[in-house]
Design a protein around this ligand. Structure first.
Ligand code: KE4
Length: 437
């Protein structure tokens, strides 16, 4: 029998000779599910084809950016048209203003935007801005949330409920980590207690409105509103990291969906239409601190790159076009709901306990060790969740032409290219894969 992944294996062996771990981002190495990473040859709509010629329905979509699916004509045309005019100038272009205006129109609390090249740059810069604006040093993040790989965010919890952070990677200094406080996600009481003790020293709280870097953990009722109330009370900034949820949880992000009013918002992924873009944004009064308007320095050779701006503009305009009465985004959100409900039904049908979450065009599910449990934090997820079972399911779904995140602790995404037939195909594959476990 031919090896379904022979070419991927060969390419992975070659890649490992010249690239650390054979990949340019660790999660792609499939350490979370074992086996060899699948190398992709091409993508089209809701599907991609791997280097062995296998076709998959794609629910990773480059970890969120591909809201319109792979190689959407409108995005390709926008990139090609701009490329013919030049790929980068290192000078302002009208496209940057146009995309900034589009973001401001969509995101209720955003008055000004600074484009950067990744989500990491967005959060790193937003935290520097919060420290500059408040004159304070400490920041609070929640355990299990991921905000990119800036040193101050690669911090693990110290002992106790909320203590000074410890480096979570070699190369991160104790001094850098010491200014980052960590608390379990959804633990509002610990947050309140921490602020009572040292709130005047805290520049900002940064939070994922849906914890989709530890799986798909929803905010408990009152958690996000509580963070807004506490940060306002102590003069700290609330930074909502919508790199993943922006334009995916809802057209105007989790903040628009749930009425959260952060001081700063971080964006990425969808905003670049599949090309490298991040952004930090928020109230004009705060953003005016950013050079050259103000003293806080941040810069980037390719920030606001015209190709990326054109791709992002094309993606947002197609996804949210309501000229037909309902937008492609709305239709994709309906299909995502159908998929999530179908997975819940399969959990009942097979007796395999799953914790399923879905908001807008993003979703996720945990394989639970015990029925009736529900993880609301990373500490709980580590105890309640069965990554080994997920790994078996992942490969079983790959065999059936469905590509999910190669880690139990990641979210999944739908595109406007997915159809109801794709959902039916996916649920049938899931039924067979679950029964194999
Ligand atoms: P980037 O630097 O990877 O563009 O964005 C960092 C980031 C910031 N904030 C949130 C909420 C994010 O989800 C991310 C990046 N997400 C991961 C997926 N879990 C990117 C995938 C990867 O690391 O390869």
């Amino acid at each position: 029998m031919t090896d379904r992944y022979a070419r991927s294996k060969q390419l992975f062996a070659e890649a490992q000779m010249v690239i650390p771990g054979g990949v340019n981002s660790p999660v792609r190495a499939f350490r979370g599910v074992g086996g060899t990473p699948i190398f992709v040859a091409s993508g089209n709509g809701a599907r991609f084809t791997d280097v062995d010629g296998n076709s998959y329905l794609d629910y990773v979509l480059s970890w969120g950016p591909l809201l319109l699916g792979h190689a959407h004509p409108a995005v390709l045309e926008a990139i090609a048209a701009q490329a013919a005019l030049g790929t980068s100038f290192g000078a302002p272009t009208e496209l940057e203003t146009t995309l900034a205006e589009q973001v401001i129109n969509l995101m209720p609390t955003v008055e000004q935007v600074r484009f950067v090249n990744s989500g990491t740059e967005a959060t790193m810069s937003a935290l520097r801005l919060a420290r500059a604006y408040t004159g304070r040093e400490k920041i609070l993040k929640f355990i299990g949330c991921y905000h990119g790989h800036a040193d101050m965010l690669l911090v693990q919890a110290g002992s106790g409920v909320a203590t000074l952070g410890l480096p979570d990677s070699p190369g991160v200094t104790a001094g850098t980590a010491a200014s980052t406080l960590t608390i379990e996600y959804n633990d509002l009481e610990a947050t309140r207690a921490l602020f009572a003790a040292e709130g005047e020293q805290i520049a900002a709280v940064i939070v994922e409105p849906i914890a989709s870097n530890m799986g798909f953990v929803m905010p408990e009722p009152g958690f996000l509103d509580g963070l807004r109330e506490i940060t306002s009370q102590y003069g700290a900034l609330l930074i909502i990291d919508e790199v993943m949820t922006g334009f995916r949880a809802a057209p105007n992000g989790a903040q628009g969906l749930w009425g959260i009013e952060p001081d700063l918002t971080c964006l990425g992924k969808v905003i670049g239409g599949g090309l490298p873009v991040g952004a930090y944004a928020g109230r004009r009064e705060i953003m005016q601190m950013v050079a050259p308007a103000g003293p806080m320095y941040q810069a980037g050779t390719l920030s606001g790159n015209p190709l990326a701006m054109a791709a992002g503009l094309a993606m947002l305009s197609v996804a949210f076009d309501r000229s037909a009465g309902v937008s492609p985004f709305d239709l994709a959100a309906v299909l995502a709901t159908e998929l999530a409900d179908g997975v819940r039904a399969l959990s009942e049908e097979t007796g395999i306990p799953l914790q399923v979450g879905q908001v807008g065009t993003m979703f996720g599910f945990y394989f639970l060790k015990e029925a009736g449990t529900r993880a609301t934090s990373y500490a709980e997820a580590k105890v309640m969740v069965d990554p080994a079972r997920y790994a078996k399911f992942f490969w079983s779904m790959c065999e059936r032409g469905v590509y999910l995140a190669p880690s139990q602790f990641e979210a999944a995404f739908l595109s406007t290219a997915h159809t109801s037939e794709d959902i039916a195909t996916t649920l049938q594959a899931a039924r067979e894969a679950l029964k194999e476990l």
